[in-house]
Design a protein around this ligand. Structure first.
Ligand code: LLP
Length: 453
């Protein structure tokens, strides 16, 4: 494991499309001696030392992305919170990085909140959301004295109010609104539309009723509004449209209740490159459209510009991560397809079977060779749909090769399962030529840890 060398050599040539893999790999990826290095670490050597399957996270990319969000949102307005959405990838080491980069943390469950508590994350910088927080989870939020709870329905609001009043505390809340905007993304991850299990719809008057309830109820303090229109969004105009709608709503709230909306949280959703040719919008453009957009709309309506929050998850970690596997066998079905079988699969990356997600792959120990054939990367599970990469360019694979699937830093480890009693891979962080475990690989004992029978 040497120190990072000078300029990186990014090109993993793809003879079919002419694209290299720079857009999907971590920022520190480079080719040295024919091998893929990340964070100054030789991934082939890493696979040998740490074993496969293995998630590798590049700390430099994560920190840079968080810092970019802070920079390009606060460039336009002084009061913007960058709230990292922990559901994309969460570990204690990750939470410490989020804290060090001056960001906040979005939790989606009591479990994620427990991680934040264990990591010693500042609780006033924690937000909790979810469409059905249990009474126990609401209690955990109150006990931990977290910054804000995003309330999603009337029952929850009443419950939280009663529980807070009983404890003699006041909990700041944001009211989650579904602005009725169709985000330009996969149907399954479109959450801002009217027909959604999340939040209060604007068009039927529910959102206004919810705000009025939040203002009246004891134990909770109405702090502002929250929305999240979807995920993996490429077209920024979806955000612009939603902002128009929600700022108009802010204006109506002030008119009808006399209460100012102090905070506007526009959620996450910025898309990332999974395919080499993908060109998602930049964080800089996102900052301009969202933060400047809110400012402009507020000025148009003559209301004060609120404190703002953005909640990126995927765009912080997706391209920071790769998964390393060892090739077990190569099955060529003449005239049909070549399957490359690896020592993982849908248990460590469910996104291909679930969303038909597209990934790029390369052979880490042949990284300087052209990807001159097409193959599908199959997992080891008892299911034909257990495919990690569908028909993608690859260097000629052989058993024993280290196969790297790119852009797996978001929603892979966090959605991993123990299907077929497969142990889940560990997570290592790489930085400046060193690697360290963040989450160790599971053992068979871990599998049976909770089995009391
Ligand atoms: N805020 C809220 C309220 C959310 O529900 C989400 C994601 C985010 C922020 C972060 O969105 P991001 O920046 O990561 O797009 N499992 C799916 C993604 C589900 C996203 C759910 N909510 C996938 O693998 O594509």
């Amino acid at each position: 494991m040497g120190k990072p060398s000078g300029p990186r050599t990014p090109a993993v040539a793809d003879l079919k499309t002419g694209h290299d893999l720079t857009s999907v790999l971590p920022m520190t990826a480079e080719i040295r001696d024919g091998r893929l290095w990340i964070g100054g670490v030789d991934t082939v050597e890493l696979a040998r030392e740490a074993g496969t399957a293995l998630y590798v996270m590049d700390e430099h990319t994560i920190r840079t992305r968080l810092a970019e969000y802070v920079k390009w949102t606060r460039y336009h307005w002084k009061d913007v919170d960058v709230v990292y959405a922990g559901k994309a990838f969460l570990s204690l080491a990750m939470i410490k990085i989020v804290a060090e980069e001056d960001c906040c943390l979005l939790c989606a469950s009591g479990g994620e909140l427990a991680y934040a508590v264990r990591a010693g994350f500042p609780m006033d910088r924690v937000q909790m959301h979810g469409n059905n927080k249990t009474p126990a989870e609401l209690g955990e939020c109150l006990d931990a004295r977290i910054g804000r709870v995003v309330v999603d329905n009337f029952e929850e609001m009443e419950r939280l109010s009663a529980m807070a009043a009983e404890r003699g505390v006041t909990q700041k809340v944001l009211v989650r609104v579904t602005p009725g905007v169709e985000a330009d993304t996969h149907d399954f991850i479109m959450t801002g539309a009217e027909d959604s299990k999340f939040g209060f719809g604007l068009n039927q008057g529910l959102a206004m009723e919810a705000v009025k309830r939040a203002i009246e109820l004891p134990g909770i303090e109405f702090d502002g509004l929250h929305m999240h229109i979807g995920s993996q969004i490429f077209a920024l105009h979806s955000f612009a449209k939603a902002i128009e709608v929600i700022v108009e709503f802010m204006c109506r709230i002030e008119r009808e209740t006399g209460v100012a909306v102090r905070m506007l949280d526009v959620g996450g959703g910025l898309g990332v490159a999974y395919g080499a040719p993908d060109e998602p919008s930049t964080v800089k453009d996102f900052g301009k459209v969202v933060v400047d957009g809110i400012k402009e709309e507020c000025e148009k309506h003559g209301i004060a510009v609120p404190r703002m929050a953005v909640e990126p998850g995927r765009s912080i970690v997706a391209n920071a991560g790769v998964t390393l596997y060892t090739v077990g066998s190569v099955k060529e079905i003449p005239g049909i397809r070549t399957y490359v079988a690896v020592d993982g699969g849908m248990s460590d990356n469910i996104r291909t079977s679930l969303y038909d997600a597209h990934y790029e792959a390369l052979i880490a120990n042949k990284a300087d060779k052209p990807r001159d054939m097409v193959a599908s990367v199959a997992g080891k599970h008892c299911e034909s749909g257990d495919i990690v990469v569908n028909d993608a360019p690859l260097q000629s694979p052989e058993p024993g090769d280290v196969l790297c699937v790119c852009a797996t830093g978001a929603y892979c480890q966090s959605m991993a399962s123990n299907y077929n009693k497969q142990v889940r891979p560990g997570v290592v962080f790489v930085r400046d030529g060193e690697w360290r475990w963040s989450v160790r690989r599971e053992t068979y004992d871990d599998l049976m840890h909770t089995d009391v029978g």
